[in-house]
Design a protein around this ligand. Structure first.
Ligand code: HEM
Length: 500
């Protein structure tokens, strides 16, 4: 070995040694507060349990851990503990019974970066309470849970049917049309208008969103969330994404500035942005207010992103399931023909008379398990839970996935089976374990809107078309394409054949 190689080897050892000492120094004193954390696999120095986690399907690894260590357990991502909470009762005890402590939002770097730490989805404490109360009230004022939103969704359903008809029975990928349609419902609330698919402003927002979710669900995104500084330094992809996000925020800011010209505190708001700005004007002299531009841009992005990707992914998975299970599709169409017929559009009142269709939608959501670890929470204070101690600020993952496949809750947990939501007489059967929208005070604010969209869009499409895949059903794969954060469905081509 030459002198240079010897020096190089020593240099690396010295640098590693210094890093270890610095990390131990940084964590000194923290050790005692970590002593009563829930159990988990022993962490290695520096990296913790990082190399044991399956980056493609972390939630499966977490499920295995909870079977081994109990319904609350701990893993270490590098030097940070993450507490996993699993099973219906334990998740309920955390998010409902001890909700005040468990309802903080963890500082998950990609979520935080997307809005610079502002907005409803990423905030905690008083800021979250103020933004959540305002957002729920404003969404209701713009029709969420009322007839007016039903009409808006039906308008989108009609445009969607027309757009599918244009493919004239030829093979096509339905993804962009579904996303555009779902997105238009939340856009009409937030921006006050819908977009045509080719609209460059919509394409900017939509392309940013697609790039964002692709990153969030990739192994690179997972690494970024664990080592944001190091990965951010070297990854051109994350830099590109942040630049796109910047452009989208500039669009929203511009929308706000246009409104500022004609707005006064007494005018009736026409959309979410205007309602927020009126609140900004009303509170401009308050010593402390959460109604300012940063929270406006953050909340608008949160509503647009959460309101588009989740529901459109579910719609995509619903069509994929129809292609995979033609007998299920035929039974939904029979129910549509009996209850709605071919002469009129579906309406929400039909849902209670269509138990099988309702069960198919629920079962698709249960089986696809879109957000297996929900959106990461954190505890807002030092917390005693099930005889363990969780220090303030610790990230908590509610493992919704564990409930959605719990054999004690479902007749057939491992397969797609609408019978999971039907009783012996074929009536729709509610199940407390249906946690796809989360639980407690931090649950999804768009649940009512999503459920309206899924029912009306799905029944409108199946009233008009039969969906057939490019391959025979037995060759069609329905497991998600990537699974790190959300279990997003695969992209696929299909035929939309006009029903006779
Ligand atoms: C099938 C569709 C949807 C699913 C499966 C879904 C699921 C979820 C889940 C699991 C959470 C996290 C709950 C938690 O932190 O414990 C969440 C939060 C949220 N969702 Fe949805 N969601 C859907 C549709 C929507 C829609 C249409 C909107 C638009 C209004 C929306 C807006 C939000 C917002 C703003 C939050 C953050 C709430 C907060 O932090 O307080 N979601 N959603």
């Amino acid at each position: 070995m030459d002198v240079f190689s010897v020096l190089q080897t020593h240099f690396i050892s010295v640098v590693l040694g210094i890093i270890i000492v610095l990390l131990l120094w940084k964590n000194r004193g923290k050790q005692s507060s970590f002593q009563r954390l829930p159990p988990g696999p022993p962490p290695a120095p520096i990296v913790g349990n990082l190399f044991q986690v399956d980056l493609k399907e972390p939630y499966k690894y977490y499920r295995g851990l909870c079977q081994k260590y109990g319904s609350v357990c701990t893993i270490w991502l590098a030097s940070k503990p993450v507490v996993i909470v699993s099973g219906y009762q334990t998740i309920r005890d955390a998010l409902v019974i001890q909700g005040e402590e468990f309802n903080g939002r963890a500082e998950y770097p990609l979520l935080v970066k997307s809005t610079k730490g502002y907005g409803l989805l990423v905030s905690s404490g008083q800021r979250w309470k103020d933004l959540r109360r305002f957002s729920i009230m404003t969404l209701k004022n713009f029709g969420m849970g009322k007839r007016s939103i039903e009409e808006k969704v039906l308008e989108e359903a009609r445009s969607l049917v027309k757009a599918f008809e244009k493919h004239d029975g030829a093979l096509f990928n339905p993804q962009d049309l579904l996303s555009n349609s779902v997105s238009n419902v939340i856009c009409s609330i937030v921006f006050g208008h819908r977009f045509e698919y080719e609209d460059p402003e919509f394409l900017l927002l939509y392309n940013t969103l697609s790039a964002y979710f692709t990153m969030l669900n990739s192994s690179l995104g997972w690494l970024y969330n664990t080592f944001p500084k190091i990965v951010g330094l070297f990854s051109g992809k994350t830099k590109g994404l942040l630049a796109l996000l910047e452009k989208s925020h500039a669009y929203v800011r511009n929308q706000a500035e246009i409104r500022l010209k004609h707005l006064d505190a007494n005018s009736t708001p026409q959309d979410y942005i205007e309602a927020f700005m009126i609140k900004m004007i009303q509170e401009k002299d308050a010593t402390k207010t959460e109604f300012h531009y940063d929270n406006l841009l953050g909340s608008v992005w949160n509503l647009f992103a959460a309101g588009t990707e989740t529901t459109s992914s579910t719609m995509r998975q619903l069509l994929l399931m129809m292609i995979k299970h033609p007998h299920v599709q035929a039974r939904v169409q029979r129910e549509i023909d009996e209850v709605i017929g071919q002469e009129r559009s579906p309406c929400l009142d039909d849902r209670s008379k269509m138990p099988y269709t309702d069960a198919v939608i629920h079962e698709t959501q249960r089986n696809m398990d879109l957000a297996p670890t929900s959106v990461p929470h954190k505890v807002m204070a030092d917390t005693e839970f099930k005889n363990f101690h969780i220090p303030k600020g610790t990230m908590v993952l509610p493992l919704l996935s564990s409930v959605l496949v719990d054999p004690k809750l479902w007749k057939n947990p491992d397969n797609f089976d609408p019978e999971n939501f039907l009783d012996e007489e074929g009536h729709f059967k509610k199940n407390d374990g249906f946690l796809v929208f989360g639980l407690g005070k931090r649950n999804c604010v768009g649940e009512g809107l999503a459920r309206t969209e899924l029912f009306l869009l799905f029944t409108s499409l199946l009233q008009r078309f039969t969906f057939v895949g490019a391959k025979p059903p037995e060759e069609i794969e329905t497991t998600p394409a990537c699974c790190s954060f959300g279990r997003m469905p695969r992209t696929f081509d299909c035929y939309a054949k006009l029903r006779a």
